[in-house]
Ligand binder design. Structure first.
Ligand SMILES: Cc1cc2nc3c(=O)[nH]c(=O)nc-3n(C[C@H](O)[C@H](O)[C@H](O)COP(=O)(O)OP(=O)(O)OC[C@H]3O[C@@H](n4cnc5c(N)ncnc54)[C@H](O)[C@@H]3O)c2cc1C
Length: 408
């Protein structure tokens, strides 16, 4: 593994660093959610203006056709700059790549530039009360009508639904008995009549995700991505990008900073002298190194032009283990006399979601067991399809229900 940058990559890193140094400013304090959202949209628009969003997208749709290594370099520099995550995460990381892979030229022209500039925010309408790890059991129905479909059903855990203009919605457009073969992927206008959004307040006190009720919502036919009945294949692209290569790289850099802060705090309050606490910090460091090793392997693979495969389940596990280990360590450093709320307290509470979001740890372990270690497959439901296929897999009847867990 050669970790040195080519002269072109070094020049690219310099350009990114210089742009970020000139443009990144501390995030102001906001009085309300609307002003925070407005600021976040403006920041992403500024990034897009500079050519720093959707870096590997085609130039024709506002990208700059960057290589996988350049994308990773930018993400590292971005995380180091301390800038906040772009607000249109679902649009950039999930909807964009899905449209690029399966959308028509007209759909790409219509949706992609507005994703980059954050004019249109997106959400992902996949999970339902009765379908999470095994998405192919979903029951939201799309009934064909003149010029499109009427969609009825309920989605849940839909992050950012309240702010989104569009939702990538996985629906059943044929008989349930045909499993994954009757799924289709539609773009739902979140402002259309029949869409009702109810926020769900989390342990952190924030309402990041929502319940979304769809009551006969009309979806025009040109909002179908891919062919009718091909939804599982199309959604596989979305799911594969959900735990894509970029997120763990950013997280690695962010947590390097957090670990340094934790060590300073432990030195400051004397808890570093407690061997059991010092041990938890060492555990955090080791789990960070494990994530780094996984990231480097993924990057090497991408740089060689290959697509990530089932080993990205290992990356997901390494990330969720690392973030939870560090948050636990921070609690030990703070000790029982610490205030009830603060940076680390929020981090600790949020870290609980890490082993669920993007596919649960059990699902990742099943994938590692079955697809990497070659252990026997879990028996699937009769006629059911895999829950989340690996990149390059084609969906098919009879696959395990836990091929790949890659959900937010
Ligand atoms: C912060 C956060 C944000 C989210 N945002 C979105 C979003 O924007 N859009 C969206 O569509 N979804 C979203 N989700 C939902 C997420 O994808 C699901 O929660 C996740 O896929 C698990 O599904 P479930 O909650 O239905 O649990 P279930 O699938 O019901 O699983 C329950 C338990 O059973 C275990 N289990 C299930 N099947 C197996 C098996 N075969 N073998 C072993 N164990 C198994 C699971 O590991 C879990 O512990 C979000 C979740 C979180 C936490």
């Amino acid at each position: 593994m050669d970790l040195s940058l080519t002269p072109q990559e070094a020049a690219f890193a310099d350009e990114a660093r210089a742009w970020l140094a000139e443009h990144v400013e501390p995030v102001p304090c906001f009085e309300d959610e609307e002003s925070a959202l407005e600021w976040a949209r403006r920041w992403q628009a500024e990034l897009a203006e500079g050519g720093w969003v959707g870096l590997d997208w085609p130039v024709a749709y506002g990208g700059r056709g960057a290589t996988a290594v350049e994308v990773a370099i930018f993400n590292i520099e971005y995380a180091r700059s301390g800038a906040p995550q772009p607000v249109n995460r679902v649009g950039i990381n999930l909807a964009g790549p899905t449209l690029l892979a399966h959308g028509t030229a007209a759909q790409c022209e219509r949706f992609l530039p507005a994703i980059l500039s954050a004019r249109d925010l997106w959400c992902q309408l996949f999970s339902e009360p009765g379908a999470g790890s095994d998405l192919t059991g979903l029951s939201t129905r799309a009934v064909a009508v003149a010029g499109g479909w009427r969609v009825t059903g309920q989605k849940v855990w839909t992050s950012y639904a309240r702010f989104a203009r569009f939702g990538l919605c996985l629906v059943r457009s044929g008989p349930a008995s045909t499993g994954a073969r009757s799924l289709s992927l539609l773009v739902v206008d979140m402002q259309a009549p029949g869409v009702e959004i109810r926020p769900l307040v989390q342990m952190t006190g924030e309402a990041e995700f929502n319940e979304v009720f769809l009551d006969g919502v009309f979806v025009p036919e040109d909002n179908l991505i891919g062919a009718e009945g091909e939804g599982w294949r199309v959604a596989s692209t979305t799911l594969a990008h959900e735990r894509g290569a970029n997120f763990p790289v950013k997280e690695e850099v962010v947590h390097e900073g957090l670990l340094a802060r934790l060590v300073r705090e432990a030195e400051g309050n004397g808890s570093l002298d407690d061997v059991s606490i010092a041990d938890t910090i060492v555990d955090s460091y080791i789990s960070l190194l494990v994530l780094r090793a996984h990231n480097l392997r993924t990057l090497t693979k991408l740089a060689r032009g290959a697509q990530p495969g089932p080993e990205s389940s290992w990356v997901k596990l390494a990330w969720s283990t690392m973030t939870q280990t560090m948050a636990e360590s921070a609690m030990a450093v703070l000790g029982s006399g610490s205030p009830m709320w603060g940076h680390w307290q929020r981090q600790w509470i949020w870290s609980k979601a890490a082993t669920i979001a993007g596919g649960t740890s059990e699902i990742q372990r099943n994938v590692i067991g079955e697809r990497i270690l070659g252990l026997p497959r879990e028996p699937g439901p009769a006629g059911g399809a895999g829950r989340s296929p690996a990149l390059g897999d084609s969906p098919g009847v009879g696959r395990s229900p836990v091929e790949l867990g890659i959900r937010r």
